[in-house]
Every structure is written in structure tokens, then in C-alpha cells.
Write a protein that binds this ligand. Structure first.
Ligand code: P70
Length: 470
């Protein structure tokens, strides 16, 4: 053991590490292209990592969405696809898995998370209504706005302080929520939109005590509570780790209890549920279900396949059962934490505590000389790719977009670059290589120039915007 090893990985004799509860059966070669070609690729991509070709990327930390490795059981499940147009056996397996592990009554499959967001927004929001939520998420807010709703941020203030060690920075601020309800009137609140491990805050969890309190407040005013369950299994792990009374409960038990305080959930199954494509929407109210089941045939496909093949539904059903296993989540979050702690020990500014799915670099702290309008986190993502072929994602002003009313940029309080770890894909050695690359980019920070946006799409601009170096 060298003295450079991070303290937190244990320096004493007799240390006991966790390890992944699987071994590798198949490999996919990756390689780093030379620096000159990375420069060409970055210019061709308009300094936007979404526009790079995957084959020009060495270690791909763009997202944990649909990028995980399926298990041998899931691959076997693909062969059991029942590709009937209607009533596929795999749909009933999915329905059963969601009912068993999440506890909701009625299930509608969708092709991915935003398909579910679209249906719920259309069915549950009337024009002009407010949707309070624990920080915005890009696709979620856009679908709420397209349905005529107005998103209102009610996350606790600690979520905006990257250095605040609060264990549940995803919590709803009950004071902010109640003030909004009183100000606008309960009839003008469509529902409360609660997300597990808040993505834009750095993968920060919500406590069980908080969801209980939000539930009670919603009940007092007759408002529904819907959950973005995309990374809720990871949220359940943090409750087990940090909240009194939950250390002896399993992640599966905690997940089900948490969902029990909500009226329904939407899901991008490409994350927690360990599939490359898929999503679902689940609710308890039979009348709302009837409407969703009707809407899904307009936008996604029949209510027993929702835009997916039978084999996809089967892989999802199996993935649901796998993703709530304690040893799976412990090693998944353990790997993210390993990378985060390595960087923190080297003095690189990151969001603390390290969250569930990613390490978030504090781009504002990297580049204090760059004003927000010079896209610090886009700049950092570009620099990291140049240095080592590592792909990350902008989560700052480009992602935030514009206020539909005024047309001005939203100026988000967080300017972060996300190193997102796919599930069951990379090894600890990859994490070391990533940490060393980030350190090199950090050491070169003072001479780094910013970017200007030269092309801006109307919707979700960060996906396709183009930039040039200033
Ligand atoms: C990411 C992905 C997707 C997502 C999510 C939460 C909390 C819903 C969705 C939508 C993909 C993504 C999406 C927008 C911008 C960048 C990247 N998040 N709720 O990488 O689900 O993608 O399946 O339609 O995180 O974080 P889907």
C-alpha cells in the first residue's frame, strides 16, 4: 500500500474492501485515439460531447442512461421475448416486478423515461397550474411546460451549496412548498414532483422522514405526489446508510416503503433497472390509469408494450429484481464514491457528499475567471476530452436553457460537469485513469479559455448546441 492511496479506502492492515458481486464474461475493446485526432473530433463536434462519435471516445462517462451491462440472466431473458402485438407474457412479468418491488397497482410501459413524463404531464397538468419539485430536471420540466404547467423549485437551499455535507440534499423544503400552496391555492397545484437522488444537485438523496412529511402536507391540501423513480433504488441505499432506523432494513424494503408514500411514479428504466432501453409509468388511481392507458396508444404503442419489444420488457422485469439487491447497490455506489474521494483527496473541487450515479466537478470553482455565459462546465467537458478522450456531460447554463416567458437564459446556481458511471461496465483501474486526467485538467485550469455558443436549438439545447473557443 502506498501513502498516496486515499485514506478512505482504508490504510490500516486488516482492511476489508467491497468488491463487485459479479465477474466479467465478455469484453468490448476500447482505445484512446491520438491527441491530434481528439482535437479534430472536438472541433467537428462543436465542443459538445453529445456530438462526439462514440468510437472517438476512450472512457465514456457521458451518462449512466442505457449504458449499463446486462447480466447473463437478462440476456437469457431477451431470448424469451414474446413478440405478440397484444398481451405479451413479458408485459405481465414487468407488471408483476413493478408491483412487487415498487408497490404500485397499475403499470403502463413506455419507450423510456421522457415518454412516461409526457403522458403524466398531459394527463395530470391543467394549463397554468404549478408543479413544485425538488430541483428541475431538463426533460421533466420541459414536458411539464409543454403541458402548460409552471415548474416551481422547492428543494432545500443546501442543495445549491456544493460543499455542504447535508446527508439528504435532495429534500423538499416544506416551508417553501407550503408557502407556494398558500400563495397559489391548492387547486392551482397539479401535483408535487419528487425525484429520488436528485440528478442536477449531484445525485443527492431524499430522506424517508422528508417524503413522509411531504406526503402529510399533500394530504392536508388534497394534492397528489408523484415520484421520479429513475434512481430511487440508489436513494434507498443512502437511506439505509444514513437514516436512523434503516440500517437493518434491506434496500428492497426501503424502496417499497418510500414508494408507498407516493401516488405513482415514472421511470427511466435505463438507469436503476439495468436495461439499455425502456421505461414505465405506474399509478394507484384507477381513473388516472385509464387515461394514461388510453394516451399511451397515441404516443408510444399499445398499453402492453409501450414502444418496446417483448424482449425489452423481459430484460426490464429481470433488471428490476437485480437492481434492489444490497450487494449490487453497495458496489455501484462504492465505485462512484471511490472516484469522488480520490479527486477530493487531491484537492479537486467536487460536489460533496459524493452522490449516487456520478461525480460532479464544480466547474465554477475550476474556472473562477470564466463568467457563466462563457460556459465553464461545457469548457471543462471539452478540456477533459482533449486531455484523455474521456467523455463527460455539461450540467450548467447550457443544460438550463431559457425561460419560456422572458426568453432569457436561466442562470442556474450550479455549474457542474458530470462524470457519470455506467453500471457494471468499468473497473477501478478505469476510475484511476479518470481521476488522473481530471487532475491534469485541474492543474492547467488558469490558462483555460471559455466558449461561446454559435448554434442553439429550440428544445433541450444542450443536446445539439455548438460552441467555439473564445
Ligand atoms: C441522464 C439521462 C434521464 C432522466 C433522469 C431523470 C431523473 C428522467 C429522465 C429522462 C439522460 C439525459 C436526459 C436529459 C439530459 C441529459 C441526459 N437522464 N428523470 O443522463 O429519462 O432519458 O429515459 O427519457 O435522469 O441523466 P430518459
Amino acid at each position: 500500500m502506498t501513502k498516496d492511496m486515499p485514506k478512505t479506502m482504508g490504510q490500516q492492515f486488516g482492511r476489508r474492501s467491497w468488491a463487485e458481486p459479479w465477474k466479467i464474461k465478455m469484453v468490448e475493446p476500447i482505445r484512446m485515439i491520438p491527441r491530434e485526432r481528439r482535437e479534430q473530433a472536438l472541433i467537428a463536434a462543436g465542443f459538445n460531447t453529445f456530438l462526439l462519435k462514440s468510437e472517438d471516445v476512450y472512457i465514456d462517462l457521458l451518462t449512466d442512461s442505457g449504458t449499463g451491462a446486462m447480466s447473463d440472466r437478462q440476456w437469457a431473458g431477451l431470448m424469451m421475448g414474446d413478440e405478440a402485438y397484444a398481451g405479451s407474457r413479458n408485459f405481465y412479468n414487468l407488471e408483476n416486478a413493478v408491483q412487487t418491488y415498487y408497490g404500485y397497482k397499475h403499470i403502463v410501459p413506455t419507450h423510456q423515461g421522457r415518454g412516461a413524463e409526457h403522458l403524466l404531464s398531459q394527463a395530470a397538468i391543467r394549463k397554468g397550474q404549478f408543479i413544485p419539485g425538488n430541483m428541475y430536471f431538463t426533460t421533466t420540466r420541459l414536458h411539464q411546460e409543454l403541458a402548460g404547467g409552471i415548474f416551481a423549485d422547492v428543494v432545500i437551499d443546501e442543495a445549491y451549496d456544493t460543499q455542504n455535507p447535508h446527508p439528504f440534499k435532495g429534500n423538499v423544503d416544506l416551508g417553501k412548498l407550503e408557502a407556494l400552496i398558500k400563495d397559489k391555492g391548492a387547486e392551482n397545484i397539479a401535483y408535487v414532483s419528487l425525484a429520488g437522488t436528485v440528478n442536477m444537485a449531484g445525485g443527492q438523496p431524499v430522506s424517508m422522514a422528508n417524503v413522509k412529511a411531504v406526503r402529510a402536507l399533500c394530504a392536508k391540501y388534497g394534492i397528489r405526489l408523484f415520484l421520479d423513480a429513475t434512481r430511487m433504488a440508489e436513494n434507498a441505499f443512502f437511506i439505509q446508510e444514513r437514516e436512523e432506523g434503516y440500517a437493518e432494513k434491506s434496500v428492497a424494503q426501503i424502496l417499497k416503503e418510500f414508494c408507498g408514500y407516493t401516488d405513482g411514479a415514472w421511470m427511466s428504466a435505463k438507469k436503476d433497472n439495468l436495461v439499455n432501453i425502456g421505461g414505465w409509468l405506474a399509478v394507484n388511481d384507477p381513473a388516472l390509469f385509464e387515461e394514461l392507458r388510453n394516451l399511451v396508444v397515441v404516443y408510444e404503442g399499445l398499453h402492453t408494450y409501450g414502444g418496446l419489444a417483448g424482449r425489452d420488457l423481459e430484460a426490464m422485469a429481470i433488471g428490476i429484481a437485480e437492481c434492489v439487491q444490497d450487494d449490487h447497490i453497495r458496489s455501484r455506489i462504492g465505485q462512484v464514491r471511490y472516484l469522488g474521494e480520490l479527486l477530493a483527496d487531491w484537492g479537486v473541487p467536487i460536489t460533496r457528499p459524493v452522490g449516487g450515479h456520478a461525480v460532479f466537478l464544480d466547474a465554477a470553482a475550476f474556472y473562477p475567471h470564466l463568467p457563466q455565459i462563457q460556459f465553464p462546465s461545457q469548457t471543462l467537458a471539452a478540456e477533459l476530452y482533449l486531455d484523455s478522450g474521456i467523455r463527460s456531460m455539461e450540467r450548467g447554463i447550457a443544460s438550463a436553457g431559457r425561460d419560456p416567458k422572458t426568453g432569457d437564459h436561466y442562470y442556474p446556481r450550479l455549474e457542474l460537469t458530470r462524470l457519470t458511471i455506467p453500471r457494471r461496465v468499468y473497473t477501478q483501474a478505469h476510475m484511476d485513469v479518470v481521476a488522473e486526467a481530471v487532475k491534469a485538467v485541474y492543474d492547467a485550469r488558469s490558462s483555460t479559455r471559455g466558449l461561446k455558443m454559435v448554434f442553439e436549438p429550440k428544445y433541450l439545447r444542450f443536446f445539439q448546441a455548438r460552441f467555439e473557443r473564445l
